[in-house]
Design a protein around this ligand. Structure first.
Ligand SMILES: [Zn+2]
Length: 330
């Protein structure tokens, strides 16, 4: 009495109990971790604009030409969106349209434009003002040693932005003050007329063009709303020669800073500007805040945020239309 036998080893009852309690805690912790990463509990309809969930039955295999980009991992966690810190959810719901800040050096208001990318990064499909979103953000912040109250602040967004931006090989070079040479003219391929916005002639590196074609076809196949508008995902800018960029910047007086004026990602033949929609009264490349905010809600942009990495593409958060293929070095 007072002792238990377990696989031939004698334990005191108290030790056995401690062991069992420890085991139970370990199982609970492990279960919690797994749930956090892969939770697929059914979601009650999120408040508004849920991110499109990656389609599965018709998902085509990733094309061999487009290697998996450095980041994105598990599918979006669709935990119950009402679970999480309510005060942070309230703060986020309020700041979504009111936060006064300058995340890209230019004053803007609110962060709704960036909500899809943030949600993708923190692996939640919950709408930005929900407790579930705040919970996911808190987890991401904790992992990145930031204040983990679940509130979207300029500091937290700054870390998210850096993470997203550094997936662009072109930005990695720019950070080292390296401006890559453009490819030879003979190394560029011509897009079909129907692939250019309004029939515009577009050139890209062949690998980037091939990956683009597979991505655009998948988008139209997977989302009828994208297929319904033939302009969606047509290319309005691809390769731009440095000389042409210089001339344009001088002519239009829009040389926004040294790097932009003298070294655009479009010189690589890997960057492309895609039509993702436009707010009434704006063009598809207008960086006016209302236009960018509108774009962040369109089916084409939402699909890209959720799926472009399957084809090797990474975003530039400030311009919803600008995407870069990572399958080759710039
Ligand atoms: Zn661009």
């Amino acid at each position: 009495m007072g002792a238990a036998r377990y696989r031939g080893v004698r334990f005191k009852a108290s030790e056995a109990l401690r062991f069992l309690a420890g085991l139970a805690v370990a199982v609970l912790v492990l279960g919690f971790v797994v749930l956090r990463v892969t939770s697929c509990a059914p979601v009650p309809k999120p408040a508004a604009n849920p991110l499109p969930v990656t389609a599965s039955p018709t998902t085509p295999p990733t094309p061999p030409a487009a290697p998996t980009p450095p980041a994105h991992t598990p599918a979006l966690a669709t935990a119950i969106c009402s679970d999480g810190p309510a005060p942070a959810a309230r703060a986020n719901a309020a700041s979504l349209q009111t936060l006064a800040w300058a995340p890209f050096g230019r004053s803007e208001t609110g962060w709704a434009t960036y909500a899809p990318l943030i949600g993708r990064e923190i692996h939640t499909a919950c709408a930005p003002g929900t407790p579930g979103f705040a919970q996911a953000l808190a987890g991401w912040s904790r992992d990145h040693r930031l204040p983990d109250d679940g509130i979207v602040t300029p500091a937290v967004f700054g870390a998210l932005k850096t993470t997203i931006q550094l997936r662009r090989p072109f930005v990695q070079l720019s950070a080292k003050r390296i401006c890559p040479n453009p490819p030879a003219a003979s190394a560029l391929a011509n897009a079909a007329a129907a692939e250019g916005y309004g029939g515009k002639a577009i050139q890209l590196r062949p690998g980037a063009l091939s990956a683009y074609r597979q991505m655009a076809a998948a988008a139209r196949r997977e989302d009828p709303a994208i297929a319904a508008d033939l302009r969606n995902l047509t290319i309005f800018s691809g390769f731009r020669s440095p000389a042409a960029d210089d001339a344009r910047c001088a002519a239009e007086h829009n040389c926004n800073g040294l790097v932009r004026a003298t070294c655009s990602a479009h010189r690589t033949g890997l960057a492309m500007d895609l039509y993702v929609g436009q707010a009434p009264g704006f063009g598809p490349d207008s960086s006016a805040d209302p236009n960018r905010a509108f774009m962040s809600t369109t089916p084409a942009y939402r699909w890209l945020v959720a799926n472009a990495d399957r084809f090797g593409f990474v975003p530039y958060p400030f311009e919803p239309w600008h995407w870069e293929w990572t399958g080759e070095a710039p």
